[in-house]
Design a protein around this ligand. Structure first.
Ligand code: GLN
Length: 535
């Protein structure tokens, strides 16, 4: 079933093979009819992970990128929507030469074609088939997988990830659901070669024996991914159980000793922090932290490098609108105003940016968070009280953030934003340039709106500094406030490029600034009463 941790298991399998220096690729299959995740509500789906080439993909690709330390393409996320769309387009163009176009072989062939295309050039490609065994929409993918095994033989290994619940009343593991899902897989012609049991606690030998007996999988190929304090331990956990060696043997790869030195060092730092930093996370989807998954992971990576554990304080921007005074009670040491869309909660996000600016609290604004920091600055520093973004108020007299020119006239929602990598020039001598230690950066984007250049002279005159410019067209990418201990905001999404052993400079800068401020004893500094509070 979904949310059981398949993505982390897949990423961990990838890490085990990467640690043996094999080149590894990973593909996520989402059986839903949406062409991509871009049009889905974060509550339904969690974060939309953006690839370098502008794919709006499932958040599991983020796990893959972080565990494998690779950059994946939009092609690494296959959905039913994409498959059916291309089969139907081909049919309309007459490419099937008069045949009756059917689920088998035409749809399954298209699935196999897409998998094999992404697998090209890699030692191993891991394919995660999302959903639950037995779902109608998943069937063509299982059928394609069965055929691949038939065609590639030993080149294919099936790993089944299944939840084994621990019954609280009798304190026993129930293997029945797993037995049934394996029976169901076998009905489709797939016999798992290995099983990864997901469970709350380690399973006992008896349970493993029972699983082996009922599933026809030898006991040595039954692995257990029980709950651990960090997902980054899962590769080490499965490795210790011999899964890495099993996969290498089963895939007939060369036997190599794995090297986990960097990974283990990272996990050790992550799990034994010397400091805790309270980071206020302000947005409107805070009930579902998965909506900001890559930002959370980026904070953990940066924290580990600085021996600090980020303690996330979720700030619901809608609540801030009702009770802005509460912000002061949270005593956060850093503030992130999060990405987002639409009107709801916007005033609360603006208030958070103001709180960080006035309270001299280290601040990072990401995408919408940057746009709203500019709105806040225009209102409260420049004095344009009615400034806004046209996304929220199309009739604002001061559209300091507006629709990017190339976005005008686009009416389809799917895949039409400014997406993926853009090169950014960093202005010498700025905080951004010093954090990156470079004069250029390449970062991923997902937006339609941007800073209105007509207002730039006024903003700059009042003290706002543009420290990053898009290289292809002149657009504001990074802003900062000289004089503030750490105030930086970006039009792009830095979180997508953070890696466990290579934390992102902007997140590092934020945590470092929060720690420095604590040493100076400034924690708890309060800002002036807010206008919302007066209202
Ligand atoms: N809604 C804003 C835009 O489209 C910001 C998007 C985001 O935060 N990813 O420009």
């Amino acid at each position: 079933m979904s949310s059981v941790g398949k993505g982390v298991v897949v990423a961990s399998i990838g890490r085990m093979l990467r640690s043996r220096n094999f080149s590894v690729n990973a593909v996520k299959i989402d059986p839903y009819i949406n062409v991509d995740a871009g049009t889905m509500n974060p509550y339904a789906h969690g974060e939309v992970f953006v690839t370098y080439d502008g794919g709006e993909t499932d958040l599991d690709l983020g796990h893959y990128e972080r565990f494998l330390d690779v950059e994946l393409s939009r092609k690494n996320n296959i959905t039913s929507g994409q498959v059916y769309l291309s089969v139907i387009m081909k049919e309309r163009q007459g490419e099937y030469l008069g045949q009756t176009v059917q689920l088998i072989p035409h749809v399954t062939d298209e699935i196999k074609r897409r998998i094999l295309e992404t697998a090209e050039g890699f030692d191993v490609t891991i394919v995660e088939i999302g959903g639950t065994v037995g779902d109608y929409e998943q069937l063509p993918f299982l059928e394609a997988a069965r055929q691949l095994r038939l065609e590639l033989g030993d080149g294919v290994v099936f790993v089944h990830v299944a939840w084994v619940p621990l019954l609280k009343t009798t304190r026993e593991f129930k293997t029945k659901p797993l037995q049934h899902s394996v029976a169901e897989l076998r009905r489709y012609g797939i016999q798992p070669d290995a099983i990864v049991v997901r469970s709350e606690r380690p399973i006992d030998a008896n349970t493993a024996r029972k699983i082996a007996l009922f599933t026809n999988v030898p006991q040595h190929a039954i692995y257990n991914s029980y709950n651990v304090d960090t997902i980054y331990k899962v590769p080490l956990l499965l490795e210790r159980q011999g899964m890495g060696e099993f996969l290498v043997r089963r895939l007939r790869l060369e036997a190599r000793a794995p090297d986990y030195r960097e990974w283990e060092e990272f996990v050790a730092k992550l799990t034994s922090p010397r400091h805790v930093v309270k980071v206020g996370m302000c947005g409107k989807y805070v009930e579902l932290p998965d909506a900001y998954l890559s930002i959370i992971e980026a904070l953990r990576h940066a924290g580990a490098a600085l021996s600090a554990r980020p303690e996330l304080v979720w700030i619901n921007s809608v609540d801030v609108e009702r009770r802005p005074d509460r912000l002061h009670e949270l005593d956060v040491e850093a503030v992130i105003v999060l990405p987002g869309f639409g009107k709801r909660g916007v005033e609360g996000m603006i208030e958070c940016a103001r709180y960080a600016r006035e309270g001299e609290i280290p601040f990072l604004g990401i995408c919408f968070g940057m746009q709203l920091a500019v709105v806040e600055f225009a209102r409260n520093v420049v004095g344009l009280k009615e400034a806004s973004t046209t996304e929220v108020d199309p009739d604002t007299p001061h559209p300091v953030v507006h629709l990017a020119p190339e976005q005008r006239g686009i009416d389809a929602l799917g895949g039409t934003m400014i997406l993926g990598n853009r090169r950014i020039e960093l202005v010498p001598g700025t905080l951004a340039a010093s954090l990156y230690g470079s004069s250029v950066a390449v970062e991923r984007h997902r937006h339609r709106y941007e800073v209105n250049l007509e207002y730039l002279p006024k903003l700059v005159e009042a003290g706002l500094l543009v420290s990053g410019w898009r290289e292809d067209v002149r657009r504001v990418e990074i802003i900062e406030l000289p004089g503030h201990p750490f105030f930086i905001a970006t039009q792009f999404h830095p979180e997508f490029r953070s890696r466990p052993t290579r934390p992102h400079p902007l997140f590092l800068g934020l945590i470092r600034a929060a720690l420095a401020r604590r040493l100076e004893g400034k924690v708890g500094a309060r800002s002036a009463a807010s206008p919302l509070q007066a209202a």
